[in-house]
Design a binder for this molecule. Structure first.
Ligand code: SAM
Length: 329
């Protein structure tokens, strides 16, 4: 029986955080004051969790963090994940989200180990602005080298995620359209969500899907591309067929009804929604000596508690019990 929640949503997509440390301090994410709060686990523990979840119907595993490339041994971990066999007998779809800072040297080894795809976070097409957002000087060249190395290694499709935050980078929309066309990458704009440590979010800081589309259309007309129901991004290509962009609009156009995701934090807790106000201690079950069958039963029970939707911007909104860096985006 595939993993399904009580609303009938099939759960096929695992986001696995392998550290909550990060070498960047992006304004929409970390305060810069705190590093790891929860710590991380040996890879063999994550591997066991992933194996049980793949046995339950997970088809995609995305490694995230914190910054996942800070973990020594990540290449060998990918090699082990690659050996897992999903129920549908297609190979496991293995992806990684990274800030790209350490990617230049790791792209080819990760590809050789079995990684299929990578998403690089990049919030400005300009070194100075990039440094203002990440609060780390000199990162732009490393990140760009990482993107180019990933493309050379065949980590494809290559996506670039840009969180737009009013007052910081909303003027970067058209430069990113040009970047997508020139570099042959898919640029995805993400609406800013209230998951940051600085607690600066308000509805007015969000640059919405409608605004992004209007601005980009001043540069070149866009044509919408049909997207899969469970895909988070609405997809568009430019009218001449060169360059693709995506918009992930959880605030203005929520897609919770099609959510297929489950998350495991770096300390081994299951989170059923980015905006969960509690988590479920999978690692605790392992420490108590649970068998794989018992872990599977625990996971099925947790998935049944998956939230119907988030409540961003509503009067009853309660902030998530962890910020993004400690969940794994
Ligand atoms: N360190 C990696 C990176 O930079 O991609 C992986 C972890 S990061 C938390 C994962 C993704 O979450 C990034 O694409 C980042 O831009 C996004 N993110 C972080 N905080 C966010 C927020 N408040 N709203 C929307 N997206 C956010």
């Amino acid at each position: 029986m595939p993993l399904t929640d009580k609303f009938g949503r099939p759960i096929t997509d695992l986001r696995l955080s392998i550290t909550d440390r990060c070498n960047y301090k992006c304004v929409y994410c970390r305060t810069g004051n705190e590093g790891a709060l929860y710590g991380d686990l040996p890879f063999e523990d994550y591997l066991r969790m992933a194996r049980v979840l793949v046995g339950l119907g997970i088809q995609k595993v995305r490694l995230t963090g914190g910054e996942p490339l800070l973990r020594k041994g990540v290449v060998e971990f990918v090699q082990e994940l690659e050996k897992l066999n999903p129920q549908n007998s297609d190979p496991l779809d293995l992806a990684l989200t990274t800030n790209g800072h350490l990617l230049a040297d790791l792209a080819q080894p990760l590809k050789d180990a079995g990684l299929n795809r990578v998403t690089v976070s990049m919030d400005a097409v300009d070194p100075d602005r990039f440094a203002r957002i990440t609060r780390v000087p000199g990162g732009y060249e490393h990140m760009l080298a990482g993107i180019r190395a990933a493309r050379r290694a065949g980590l494809w499709p290559l996506k670039v995620n840009c969180v737009l935050m009013r007052g910081f980078n909303e003027d970067q929309i058209i430069p990113f359209g040009m970047f997508a066309r020139e570099e042959g990458v898919i640029v995805r704009f993400i609406e800013f969500m209230p998951l940051e440590e600085d607690r600066t979010w308000s509805p007015t800081t969000v640059v919405t899907l409608d605004e992004i589309l209007a601005r980009m259309s001043e540069y070149r007309p866009l044509v919408e591309i049909p997207h899969a129901r469970s895909e988070t991004a609405r997809r568009y290509r430019f009218d001449d067929g060169i360059g693709e962009i995506g918009i992930i609009a959880p605030v203005s156009h929520p897609f919770c009804g099609h959510c297929s995701r489950i998350r495991i934090t770096s300390d081994g807790k299951i989170r059923t929604c980015l905006f969960s106000v509690w988590d479920h201690d999978l690692y605790g079950q392992m420490q108590r000596g649970a068998s794989d069958e018992e872990l599977a039963e625990f996971i099925r029970g947790v998935v049944m508690k998956k939230e119907a939707r988030h409540h961003i911007g509503e009067p009853d909104f309660v902030p998530a019990s962890r910020t993004m860096v400690h969940i794994g985006g």
